[in-house]
Design a protein around this ligand. Structure first.
Ligand SMILES: *Cc1c(COP(=O)(O)O)cnc(C)c1O
Length: 438
């Protein structure tokens, strides 16, 4: 049996990925070609072992350096009831960004006290839902939200965090940078004092602490350290002014995942080491009791665990220009290449060890020239009917899926120990038309 070492790009596939006896790509002991046949394509396959081990790695690596750390999964990277249940089983909290994600969490029976809720433009209905359900924390993003929440909370006491925008460049794709001063997220520095004064004065709010989140897909820990410097210094200032001792500090998510063999992000242990060291240092220096720390990883937990399977269709060679290999999905289920210029790896699931011979562009079936999955990739020669397995499809693909061209959103399976379970069925024609009255 061929192992991971025989196929270098397999390092970015899920932990249990292997070439099985039939010579096909297997994940979680399940033959991906058989999965494609049984469930149809496009199919999103998640390796449960991989998901769970990343949850544990975050808990262990941060926990052993600072016991008082909570890991809160950010389901906007990938939401499904099965995922929320898995996260609960692993002892993580949940960090929802909308009423819809909150509804998902409630539907999956997630403990409400372990849910926090950031978001830059929460509606009245969303805040009402969060208050009614008495969730763990509402992460207040701006002054209008603070005022609205004070109204909505009424006689109830609501636990909040204040999200500060620390004005730090995270060195990531500009659409993924959210902690720069020029960002729609978080309280700009000019509003910090007013927000703190108002929140502390509000009888129906309990300010538990501060929050920042600086971006996604970070390969450096320096931006976290700089943000800690800024935010902890401010925490010291408000302690002096109001006697306010922060009980909880969330430093957001953003930990980079590996999509291609050449670009290796620092391991979670390295992030934990740098962050916890700086956190303790600054708390000591500023004479702050160390608060509970929260981290909110999304991408890093799910990105590599998810593989998308597609069936190859039309192959168009334009001599001297490019070869387009069209698959039966595309921007409708994964818009990351057009949106972020994302780069992903792929294998032919029914011939994973074949030699690369061609440079091709993997495109979808949507009526847009920008409908590209992988811009240029070296792969073995392909033919219609091959199953293409695209790695790194676990984060921000399915959650951004659309019905463009009235396509069905894909089915999702979880695999482990040779068994597959459907966690979301593929949409049907009835799903597409049922919202429109006759
Ligand atoms: C998106 C988001 C996260 C998760 O970010 P990742 O890059 O997926 O780890 C965490 N916290 C907040 C507030 C977010 O908006």
């Amino acid at each position: 049996m061929a192992g991971k070492n025989d196929v270098p790009r397999m390092v970015v596939f899920p932990q249990t990925a292997e070439v099985n006896k039939q010579g096909n790509l297997a994940i979680g002991g399940c033959d991906t070609v058989a999965l494609a046949k049984e469930y149809g394509t496009p199919l999103y396959v998640f390796d449960e072992t991989d998901l769970r081990s990343r949850c544990r790695e975050f808990k262990t690596e941060f926990g052993k350096r600072y016991t008082n750390t909570d890991v809160s999964y950010s389901p906007k990277a990938f939401t499904a009831k099965a995922m929320i249940k898995l996260v609960e089983e692993e002892g993580l909290d949940l960090d929802v960004v909308s009423g819809g994600e909150l509804a998902f969490a409630l539907a999956a029976g997630f403990p409400v006290k372990r849910i926090s809720f950031p978001g830059n433009n929460k509606s009245e209905e969303e805040l009402e839902l969060a208050v009614r359900e008495s969730i763990g924390h509402i992460v207040v993003d701006n002054l209008p939200e603070l005022h609205m929440l004070i109204e909505i909370a009424g006689k109830k006491k609501v636990d909040i965090l204040l999200r500060l925008n620390p004005g730090i460049d995270p060195h990531t794709h500009k659409f993924n940078a959210v902690g720069l001063s020029d960002s729609k997220f978080g309280l700009p520095k000019a509003d910090w004092d007013e927000a703190v004064a108002k929140a502390l004065a509000a009888r129906n709010l309990n300010v538990d602490g501060l929050h920042f989140h600086i971006g996604s897909g970070l390969f450096q820990y320096e931006p976290y350290l700089k943000s800690l410097d800024v935010v902890l210094e401010y925490a010291a200032a408000i302690k002096k002014k109001y006697g306010f001792q922060m009980r909880l500090l969330s430093i957001g998510g953003g930990f980079g995942a590996q999509y291609v063999p050449e670009e290796v992000p620092p391991p979670i242990s390295a992030f934990a080491d740098a962050i916890i060291t700086r956190f303790k240092e600054r708390c000591r220096e500023f004479k702050l009791e160390t608060p509970k720390l929260m981290i909110e990883p999304g991408r890093k937990i799910v990105a590599q665990a998810g593989v998308a399977l597609y069936t190859v269709g039309v192959i168009k060679n334009i001599p001297g220009i490019r070869t387009y290999v069209s698959v039966d999905g595309g921007m409708g289920d994964n818009i990351r290449q057009p949106m972020y210029g994302a780069v992903q790896e792929a294998l032919i699931a029914n011939r994973p060890t074949a030699k690369d011979t061609d440079t091709v562009t993997i495109t979808g079936k949507y009526c847009e020239s920008g409908d590209i999955l992988i811009k240029e990739i070296k792969l073995p020669e392909m033919k219609a009917g091959d199953i293409l397995a695209v790695a790194g499809s676990g984060a921000y693909a399915v959650p951004m899926s659309s019905n463009y061209n009235a396509a069905f959103r894909p089915a999702i399976v979880f695999v482990s120990d040779g068994r597959a379970r459907l966690v979301r069925r593929r949409e049907t024609l009835e799903d597409l038309t049922r919202h429109d009255p006759d």
